[in-house]
Design a protein around this ligand. Structure first.
Ligand code: ADP
Ligand code: MG
Length: 407
């Protein structure tokens, strides 16, 4: 589902008010009756143009008309929610312009944006619950029964949670992007410059030290009560850093490249779990195994020491005065139900292939997404190959990628 901004600048204040009214109505109505949209919009200071706005919004695909036996009404679309979030980011001066999409996952769209000064930032749009629930029966039943399966609710939870973790981790000095803002199902964070996901890195100066650093991060997270839960080559960004004062060493770039050091930066946190989670051991072991497997395959590096093992690491939780971030985040406005809903949805999503999407899914753009996903995967493979040939590369887009200004 692409972030589409083409109508963003044309909407009037009245249109925004009506769109907000549909959003408010959706909190307790799956389909918001037209009469209710009218009422909420007027209460918020609207005038007589509600119906005109409804038609503008429907034409732009921001709300969808649903005809039901009982009543006619509208429902907010992904596009509508995207617009509301972008509007908020723009009003708060967090985002000024929108550039290209730099990534798409099963759970998100990643878009390059910029603030007023042209500083690049990353907008992550969480898209949970868009895949039909059909893999793990217990999950599916749970999500349906609890009304926890709504994409809007789940995507918002996912963004809230990721933002809370980013803030907490950043505060403790972990190498993670700087969080700037969260609105609805989106977060804005710093763009990790001059970096590639580990998956696209063919060689590093010193695999042993990078491995030690990554295991060190797993252990440090554990001390703070956390397991990343998806600690793989897609969620570890490798940033190239030249040693300070390197410029003074002479003009020959190639000569000095031996001095380049790489720093891992962690991303992607909605699925983080507590060291006290009932499946903590499985998650912990999986994260460790992921790193080991990748290093063996890509860099032919095998650690001399076994482990680390969950049972040993468990004893280190909270040690040396480490703040319990699992407890802190859980206490910051997440109810048990929220955590359970999100976890069920993430599990569901992780277990579902894109090709698993069927017509009974109510997202119109799903087929398009499938193709895009394949194309992007091919493009990524091609990129990885190029890097394999030793070409210097970076994901850093030029400023010309910042295409469209927000109103
Ligand atoms: P998902 O939940 O869909 O896996 P991620 O947060 O892992 O989303 O982001 C997907 C991809 O987008 C990453 O693999 C990375 O290439 C890119 N990306 C995400 N956040 C940033 C960032 N702050 N800076 C640079 N690239 C990023
Ligand atoms: Mg990821």
């Amino acid at each position: 589902m692409k972030l589409d901004t083409k109508s963003l600048r044309y909407l009037t204040p009245e249109d925004w008010r009506v769109l907000t009214a549909v959003e408010m109505g959706s909190k307790n109505h799956e389909i918001v009756p037209t009469s209710m949209i009218d009422k909420i919009a007027r209460l918020r200071g609207g005038s007589s143009g509600v119906h005109k706005s409804i038609s503008t919004l429907a034409k732009a695909g921001l709300i969808g008309r649903i005809k039901e036996a009982k009543y006619d009404g509208y429902r907010l679309t992904y596009g509508g929610l995207d617009y509301l979030a972008m509007h908020t980011h723009s009003q708060r001066d967090v985002v000024y312009s929108v550039g290209h999409r730099v990534g798409v996952g099963k759970e998100s769209d990643i878009v390059m944006v910029a603030d007023k000064k042209g500083r690049q930032r990353i907008l992550k749009i969480h898209r949970l619950g868009r895949i039909s629930f059909r893999t793990v029966k217990s999950n599916r039943d749970y999500l349906k029964r609890r009304q926890g399966g709504s994409w809007m609710y789940l995507s918002r939870l996912s963004a809230m949670r990721e933002y809370a973790f980013l803030e907490a981790l950043r505060e403790e000095g972990f190498p993670v992007p700087e969080p700037f803002a969260q609105s609805r199902h989106t977060i804005v964070m710093s763009f990790i410059d001059n970096a590639l996901p580990l998956r696209q890195v063919s060689a590093v100066p010193d695999p042993a030290s990078l491995y030690a650093e990554l295991i060190g991060l797993i252990l440090r997270l554990a001390q703070h009560g956390l397991i990343h839960g998806d600690f793989n080559e897609f969620n570890i960004m490798i940033q190239e850093q030249k040693p300070e004062g390197d410029e003074t060493q002479g003009a020959d770039e190639d000569e000095s490249s031996a001095n380049v050091s790489v720093v891992p930066i962690l991303i992607d946190f909605p699925q983080m779990v507590s060291m006290e989670h009932k499946n903590a051991e499985m998650y912990f072991d999986r994260d460790v195994a992921c790193v080991k497997r990748f290093f063996e395959r890509r860099f032919h590096f095998i650690a001399t020491q076994p482990g680390p093992f969950f049972k040993d690491v468990r004893a280190t939780v909270g040690q040396n005065g480490a703040k319990r971030l699992d407890i802190a985040v859980e206490a910051s406005g997440f109810t048990k139900k929220m955590s359970k809903d999100l976890e069920a949805a993430i599990l569901e999503q992780q277990n579902t292939e894109f090709s698993d999407v069927s017509e009974d899914d109510d997202d119109e753009d799903e087929d398009e997404d499938d193709n895009e996903q394949e194309e992007e995967e091919e493009a990524e493979e091609a990129k990885a190959e190029q890097l394999g040939k030793g070409e210097a590369s970076s994901t850093t887009p030029s400023t010309s990628d910042i295409a469209e200004d927000l109103p």
